[in-house]
Design a protein around this ligand. Sequence first.
Ligand SMILES: N[C@@H](CCC(=O)N[C@@H](CS)C(=O)NCC(=O)O)C(=O)O
Length: 215
Amino acid sequence: MAPSYKVIYFNFTGRGEPIRMILTYGGIPFEDSRFEMTEWPKVKPTTPLGQVPILEIDGKRYTQTMPICRYLGRLLKIDGKDMLEDMAIDSAVEIIWDILKIAYERAMGGGNEEKKKQLLDKLHEQMPVLLGKFEEDTKKNGFIATNKLSWADLVFLCGYEDMENLLAGENPFAKYPHLQKLKNKLLENKNIKEYLLKRPTNTMMTAYNLKNDLK
Ligand SMILES: N[C@@H](CCC(=O)N[C@@H](CS)C(=O)NCC(=O)O)C(=O)O
């Protein structure tokens, strides 16, 4: 019998979404267990590390976003063909999260305007370097990390949506036509399309939804 999967995370994209997106891409049915921020104090003590996301496989709980994604990538054979490609995939995913972490820190930074400005400056300094590298790689190979679709591309798709929200109004991908093309190519996937159409409304970031770009 096929294993049962359950993803436990906020009703929000963030670190939970790459896990949901990879399962979705692979056509693996999963229970999408979401809760609102206000419920977190009740949920936190029930989690192994006081953190989410959690992936449950046949009732056993696994933590840490990227190892979970890496596992699913291997399971679906959208990992690298050798250790060097796996390193390229891991490296791309780290780059995506390096940018996202700054953008999230800025968004969650409360009322400290000076700190927020510093983080925005840091983003403006790093994005052209890091996204510029992805743009060049994607122009050459069609994908973020290797010359065929890998789980890094699905992490990128989620990162694309979060960056559009965290930097709403700035069009962070406007200068990167190949990254936009990749996003559109991924949105042609039937499973992803169906998932986005039925995905519960993200209660925290509402400026941009990948669903808006479905053809
Ligand atoms: N390294 C962990 C970090 C997990 C993490 O920080 N999760 C956040 C949500 S994105 C969380 O649970 N925050 C609530 C808390 O720490 O109380 C991972 O990648 O899964």
